[in-house]
Design a protein around this ligand. Structure first.
Ligand code: MN3
Length: 218
């Protein structure tokens, strides 16, 4: 069995006050763990049992297995989300700053676009900073949907906009929550690493080999 709940990369209270310890405890220990456990139930005694989580997301997407896709994609999205956040306030590095200026007109414009997308997304889902065709873009996905299965799209950062991500700390004020995340909790160092690791490109997973970089979040 290759799938497990990855430990949080920081302490439960490390993201306060933007994400409280109680939110993190439930979000990781109940929601994320729940998705992982459902995937494990769904792949038990099937040929998928030895596949990586990334492979399972792709296979479920290709075969139209919505129940498996939803749980596997949510398991992957959450692992990606924890790594997208930082207890320390970070700024984009030189390379990303130049790209954000080129593609959005400025870093503040890019951050504003991310806040608008996350705050404006209807219902549950995710807001993402992605690289597509060499250009940075802000996109949102609904429910469990993930850019992992979108060919030529490399996700760099994500924000969970499901209510369970912010309701204990901000109640219905999603906008204030995502604005605080964007301003003080994004992990730009990880974004930079992901930019330099094209193995995140889902098209790279087609072959038999699995790039060890992709195992890091487990
Ligand atoms: Mn969530």
């Amino acid at each position: 069995m290759t799938i497990a709940l990855p430990p949080l990369p920081y302490a439960l209270d490390a993201l306060e006050p933007v994400i409280g310890a109680r939110t993190l405890e439930f979000h990781h220990g109940k929601h994320h763990a729940g998705y992982v456990n459902k995937v494990l139930d769904q792949i038990r005694d099937t040929p998928l049992r030895d596949k990586s989580l990334e492979e399972i997301v792709h296979i479920a997407s290709e075969t139209g297995d919505a129940a498996l896709f939803n749980n596997a994609a949510q398991a992957w999205n959450h692992a990606f989300y924890w790594q997208s956040l930082s207890p320390q306030v970070q700024q984009p590095g030189e390379v990303l700053t130049a790209m954000l200026e080129r593609d959005f007109g400025g870093v503040d414009d890019a951050l504003g676009a991310l806040v608008e997308a996350a705050a404006g997304h209807f219902g549950s889902g995710w807001a993402w900073l992605v690289l597509e065709s060499g250009k940075l873009e802000v996109i949102t996905t609904a429910n469990a949907d993930t850019p992992l299965t979108k060919k030529g799209v490399t996700p760099l950062l994500t924000i969970d906009v499901w209510e369970h991500a912010y309701y204990l700390d901000y109640q219905s004020d999603r906008r204030s929550h995502v604005a605080a995340i964007v301003k003080t909790r994004l992990n730009w160092r990880v974004a930079q690493e992901r930019l330099q690791a094209p193995a995140m490109d889902p098209s790279a997973i087609e072959g038999d080999s699995v790039n060890p970089r992709r195992q890091q979040h487990r």
